[in-house]
Ligand binder design. Structure first.
Ligand code: BG6
Length: 427
């Protein structure tokens, strides 16, 4: 259940009138993530002082639909993704949602967008590019040519920002011609997850772990994001992207950085970014030998998920015949630093896995010396299990004596369930 947040009052920071323009507004990401998340903000009060006249979402898509048919199309598409506790607010929320039929590559279509947004420069205008990265530069060019970019605009870019270093640099250079850095937001939605933010609290709000958080005491770290869903309707984007670019170089590397970085001097974005960058720079480079020894890629075959037969990746709608795009990747990374030298970080992610699980497991070293010779029960190393989804919480595995006669050891767990502890919604 979503707990109502305190309504904002006139003296609190009021969100100014807003036109949120979503490129890819009829697409998968909008329906699965963006609109359900905005609905929660709308319903829990963060957009409380916004009436539908002040807060407008303008979805862009290529389907020739009028507003009413778009609402119908969208309502069906989002139905399975709305948090049940706010779903009843969806019909009201639709009053904020507008639709413009636009081909992002067609400059003349931007006239229709210009007619849809408010001219007044005090209205914050956000362009959210929920599209494949090869469209970014063309969209920004077309927005600028149509006179749609002003100082009160923001540009949000969805990862991946290109295919490689050269294309990422080209995208950055291009958007910076029209937007100042303060106006550009490069999004990784994993950073918005409560448990991911909680990693900062766990590491830097407690003294307990810090002395142990290093090569002397940690034997390995495993970061896993397994999804049970397949590629769905996104083959056009996904087949050119693959698991390495879609998940690993962003979500998994962000998690790796937060787990491994030194304490930042503050929580300011630059201070945190600087520490993460040091980790990225210290990653042991992968040459052909390391790739052969330390990386596995694969694609899902036909099988059974949650009791339903599912197709192999290559047989999914829109996947080109003979595709070798990976839907699974696992690799062993190492960080060349005093703190982490020699500690393997195992990263893995895949679609159509047996269950949806995202977690970080820190395994501590075995006992340096056991005083329990002949004791029944193996002495397991301690592990800290940080669960990101579907449940959010921590489990610390400790050895304990089982009650009763004699010395019998057993692994037990100290468990913290964030939803129970803080009575917050499960997302
Ligand atoms: C997105 C990827 O960034 O993250 C998707 O493009 C993936 O392929 C999604 O399904 C997973 O996010 P979450 O929050 O559901 O784990």
């Amino acid at each position: 259940m979503v707990q109502p947040r305190q309504k904002r009052t006139a003296t609190q920071d009021i969100i100014p009138p807003l036109d949120l323009v979503i490129f890819g507004g009829s697409g998968d990401l909008a329906a699965r993530k963006l609109l359900p998340a905005l609905l929660i903000r709308y319903q829990t009060g963060e957009l409380a002082l916004q009436t539908s006249a002040q807060f407008r979402i303008i979805c862009l898509g290529q389907r020739p639909l009028d507003r009413e048919s778009f609402h119908q199309f969208l309502s069906e598409k989002v139905a399975d993704h709305l948090d049940p506790s706010v779903a009843a607010a969806w019909p009201n929320f639709l009053s904020c949602i507008h639709y413009v039929c636009l081909d992002a590559a067609s400059p003349k279509d931007y006239l229709a967008l210009k007619a849809a947004v408010r001219e007044d420069n005090s209205v914050v205008r956000i362009f959210y590019l929920s599209t494949p990265p090869d469209l970014f530069t063309g969209i920004v060019e077309n927005l600028a040519s149509a006179g749609l970019v002003h100082k009160n605009c923001r540009l949000v870019l969805e990862k991946p920002l290109g295919r490689d270093l050269a294309s990422a640099r080209a995208i950055n250079a291009h958007v910076q011609r029209y937007f100042e850095e303060r106006q550009i937001f490069r999004i990784d939605h994993y950073l918005g997850k409560e448990t991911v933010q909680n990693l900062l609290a766990l590491r830097f709000g407690n003294v307990l772990f810090e002395p142990l958080w290093r090569r002397e005491w940690v034997s390995d770290v495993q970061i896993t994001i397994a999804e049970d869903i397949g590629v769905g309707s996104r083959a056009g984007y996904y087949d050119r992207t693959g698991a390495l670019r879609d998940m690993l170089q962003n979500h998994l590397l962000q998690l790796l950085c937060i787990v491994a970085m030194e304490p930042p001097t503050s929580l300011s974005p630059d201070a945190v970014r600087d520490e993460k960058l040091k980790i990225i720079k210290a990653l042991k480079p992968f040459g052909p030998t390391e790739i052969a020894n330390n990386v596995v890629r694969g694609a899902y075959r036909a099988g059974m998920v949650n009791g339903t037969m599912t197709d192999a990746y290559v047989d999914e709608d829109g996947v080109p015949a003979g595709s070798t795009t990976e839907t699974y990747v696992a690799l062993k990374a190492e960080i060349n630093s005093w703190r982490w030298a020699g500690v393997p970080f195992f990263l893995r992610t895949g679609k159509r896995m047996p269950e949806r699980v995202a977690e970080i497991v820190v395994r501590f070293r075995a006992l340096p010396h056991s005083i329990f010779p002949g004791v029944t029960g193996a002495v397991h190393p301690n592990t800290l299990h940080i669960s990101l989804q579907p449940d959010e919480g921590l489990r610390l595995r400790l050895m304990a004596k089982t009650p009763g006669e004699g010395m019998h050891l057993r692994a037990t767990e100290l468990e913290l369930d964030f939803h129970e502890a803080f009575k917050t919604p499960r997302m």
